[in-house]
Design a protein around this ligand. Sequence first.
Ligand code: CDP
Length: 211
Amino acid sequence: MKKIIAVDGPAGAGKSTVSKICAARLGYTYIDTGAMYRAVALKCLLSGKSVDENLIGDIDIRLDNSARVFLDGREVTKEIRTPEVSRAASDVAKFGFVRKKLTELQREMAAQGSVIMDGRDIGTQVLPNADLKIFLTATVEERARRRFAELKSKGLAADLAQIEKEITLRDKQDSEREIAPLAQAVDAILLDSTHLTIEQVVAEILRLAGV
Ligand code: CDP
């Protein structure tokens, strides 16, 4: 039977890392909705234009089984992970017409089979009937440390204090926007990963999923 798991939470809580592992263990498809907002943001940055209905109308965003991301046919998996794109993603995510388009694509993807989808509004807006909803969080200090380590491991320049500032700002922007803000669904289970390992979070989600 088709099952749906929704994982929401603030930046750097570990959503994509644990969702990817859970998807592999469960044989579900992993859908990273943040990557889709990042792809829209990258398209704007590359074109030098601000987001409009034209830019979004014929956008082609694809996620494959290896979590690679393609924008208009070109692989952009690495390019969308820079701090500049993170900021721009949060900016484009405010617009109703952007959210409408990506929500449609996300629902189409979820209709294909069992999925674990992560983002900000999955349990509240995109898939309100999900079988299991997780709200994954951690302190801002811990989330900044994780993002710092992630950027370093990719050989990218990183400054811990700067990352913490940017994460705080992005969380505020994501939580305070008018349309589909970052929020815990009333029926979501809160999981604080501050003192948990990746494996512990994965084990808890699988337990909650009844595996
Ligand atoms: O990986 P990280 O947690 O830093 O961010 P992400 O999940 O890749 O999302 C990047 C940005 O896209 C977020 O800051 C949100 O503004 C936006 N986003 C959203 O509005 N709704 C979603 N379902 C997913 C991401």
